[in-house]
Ligand binder design. Structure first.
Ligand SMILES: Nc1ncnc2c1ncn2[C@@H]1O[C@H](COP(=O)(O)OP(=O)(O)OP(=O)(O)O)[C@@H](O)[C@H]1O
Length: 599
């Protein structure tokens, strides 16, 4: 807990820290002020009522009123200070956490559910705010009220005071027991909250799939289970609390009884004046209330501690893929790529094995292969989303591990398989990677990606806001905006991962032509299933089970009669026997049917 407080403190700006200390001192001072009115009540009873002397009456009442008003005013100021300080910390934390998430490894996002991360950024952070704006002052309040009242009562009558506080050690023991048992329940509850949020988030993000499969009822049921589990975890805590709470209440109420009963006896024996008994009855709550509060505070503290631990995990997590200390600065990326005996494993599962190839700047390399063969992983390694397990990847004759990450990734434009567009205008989405693009540039790249025609027809043209994930656009339209976005950063390496799979052949042909005439030099890295997307590539790689099984140009691969040739025959409806006899002539004859089919 101390660590967590130190962490929050570290994230509070200096002026707010000063104010926070002042606010907590004010809190302690107002606890001291609590003693004034019971002390004045004693004088009121002993010196005014019992003595029959009305002279000091007005002055006593005036001081009581001033103290009461002053105390309320100070508490008001304290609450405002605490609220502002806690907001300052949460603001700083949110900023830092968001930035942390930006730089986290791909592996981090592979293993953390979105719903869980959202819970850390919202509910868990709110518990950090709650600690600074409420829990910490309530602790000081309880401790100071108890201590000041006890000391004062000891001075008035130590025997009666000892009777009042005799139950304190028992209470502390019960509290310790409660605290030990409630913590794992809070950890469990936090997990259930995260699962519930994840279910809600996935349902919202995947609502189209839910509808398409008419799985609303199933989803409702699934969420119901998570909701129920979260509620049950809450109830388990409440159950524990309910076994603990009556014991505390009983002990605390005993304090009040002892005060009146033993206090009365002391008056009869002349050991206490009626005014002094008024102090005891007036302050017995100040001794008993903090004890009563203990359970609540422990609940809150454990809840805070569970949430803070989750936020701290994110806060202190360090990405494993970072700039090397001796990273080399590069001007513009030229686009020379070399994979040198690259192998890659996810945990122990081999994904790529001994992959070697090289591409010169400006060339086009295409990769094809069955699904799951490791094509996307190749580009993930190139952009250093993951580090190779063995071998090395060089870009412009420099190991990618020696590149500054921002320059490496900034030099690669990627149109990914799974298109994600932001809730922004079409123009904003295309200019995402380069905010300095002019409107003319945006329109030019949209034209090259064949996105101009439909973009202009949108209700507000390029200023039309498209929804999250490009809602409102067709799959092919989204792919074309994603391609324009990748082209627009003028990368040294342009990666197209299944980018034209959802567009028709004519559009694909148009895009292919445009790719040949980009207004800058770049290496093109194409991942595709269609032969038409790759037939003009300088190098075509066939990847099977993470290994390169075929390599060469279109005609060389057709001549090999392997996977590429089979795919070719399947896609162009050529019986394999017939193709074999056609291809037994020259290489140009092999290319002829496809060219003739206009694909
Ligand atoms: N984050 C991950 N953790 C573990 N395994 C993964 C992860 N991402 C991918 N894989 C596995 O790596 C293998 C290669 O995946 P990859 O996405 O590179 O294939 P692909 O050839 O691009 O497939 P597709 O054509 O379907 O896109 C697959 O078996 C996949 O299950």
């Amino acid at each position: 807990m101390r660590k967590q407080f130190a962490w929050l403190w570290k994230n509070m700006d200096a002026p707010f820290r000063r104010r926070h200390v002042i606010a907590l001192c004010v809190c302690a001072f107002t606890c001291l002020l609590l003693l004034v009115n019971p002390a004045l009540s004693q004088r009121l009873i002993d010196d005014v009522i019992v003595a029959g002397n009305p002279k000091p009456l007005l002055s006593i009442l005036a001081v009581m009123l001033v103290v009461k008003l002053g105390r309320e005013g100070l508490r008001y100021m304290m609450v405002i200070f605490l609220e502002k300080d806690s907001q300052n910390v949460v603001f700083n934390l949110r900023r830092r956490l968001f930035s942390k998430m930006q730089y986290n490894d791909m592996a981090f996002f592979d293993t953390h559910r979105t719903g869980d991360l959202m819970t850390r950024m919202s509910a868990d952070l709110d518990w950090c705010r709650h600690f600074l704006s409420y829990i910490d002052y309530r602790i000081i309040d309880a401790v100071c009220t108890f201590l000041f009242a006890t000391i004062y009562l000891l001075l008035v009558n130590w025997k009666l005071t000892l009777l009042l506080i005799i139950i304190t050690p028992i209470l502390l023991l019960i509290t310790k027991f409660f605290s030990r048992h409630v913590r794992p329940r809070f950890v469990f509850m936090r997990e259930k909250l995260s699962e519930m949020n994840t279910a809600a988030q996935e349902n919202i993000a995947g609502n189209r799939v839910v509808k398409a499969f008419a799985r609303e009822e199933y989803e409702k049921e699934r969420f119901e289970q998570k909701n129920q589990a979260f509620m049950d975890s809450h109830l388990r805590i409440n159950k524990l609390w309910l076994t603990f709470f009556p014991i505390i209440e009983l002990l605390v109420n005993a304090i009040q009884l002892v005060t009146v009963f033993v206090g009365g006896l002391f008056i009869i024996r002349g050991e206490l004046t009626p005014g002094e008994l008024a102090i005891f009855t007036g302050l017995s709550w100040a001794v008993s209330n903090p004890m009563r509060e203990l359970g609540n505070l422990i609940n809150d503290l454990q809840r805070f501690s569970t949430s803070a631990a989750k936020v701290m995990e994110l806060y202190y997590g360090t990405p494993s893929i970072v700039d090397a200390p001796d990273a080399v600065a590069h001007e513009r990326m030229q686009g020379k790529i070399e994979f040198d005996h690259v192998s890659f494993r996810f945990d122990t599962k081999p994904i790529l094995t001994d992959v070697s190839f090289s591409v010169q700047p400006g060339q086009t390399v295409a990769v094809m292969g069955p699904t799951g063969s490791g094509k996307t992983t190749l580009i993930h390694l190139l952009a250093r989303f993951y580090d190779v397990s063995e071998g090395a990847i060089q870009v412009d004759d420099c190991d990618v591990k020696q590149w500054k990450l921002s320059e490496l990734r900034g030099g690669i434009g990627t149109a990914t398989q799974d298109v994600f567009l932001f809730s922004d205008t079409v123009e904003g989405n295309i200019a995402f990677g380069d905010q300095s693009l002019t409107q003319e540039d945006v329109m030019d790249f949209a034209r090259r990606a064949d996105a101009a025609e439909f973009a202009e027809k949108l209700p507000e043209g390029y200023d039309t806001i498209i929804g999250e994930r490009g809602v409102g656009l067709s799959g092919g339209q989204r792919q074309r905006i994603a391609l324009a976005r990748a082209m627009a950063v003028r990368p040294g390496i342009l990666i197209m991962d299944d980018t034209t799979s959802a567009v028709d052949s004519e559009t694909e042909q148009y895009i292919q032509d445009q790719l040949r005439h980009l207004p800058y030099e770049c290496t093109k890295f194409i991942i595709a299933q269609r032969i038409s997307s790759m037939r003009d590539a300088d190098l075509i790689l066939v990847l099977q089970d993470g290994k390169i099984t075929e390599r060469g140009t279109h005609s060389e691969l057709l001549a090999k009669r392997g996977y590429y040739w089979q795919t070719y025959c399947l896609q162009y409806g050529i019986p394999m026997d017939e193709e074999q006899s056609t291809a037994s002539g020259s290489n140009s004859a092999v290319g002829a049917p496809a060219a003739g089919m206009g694909v």
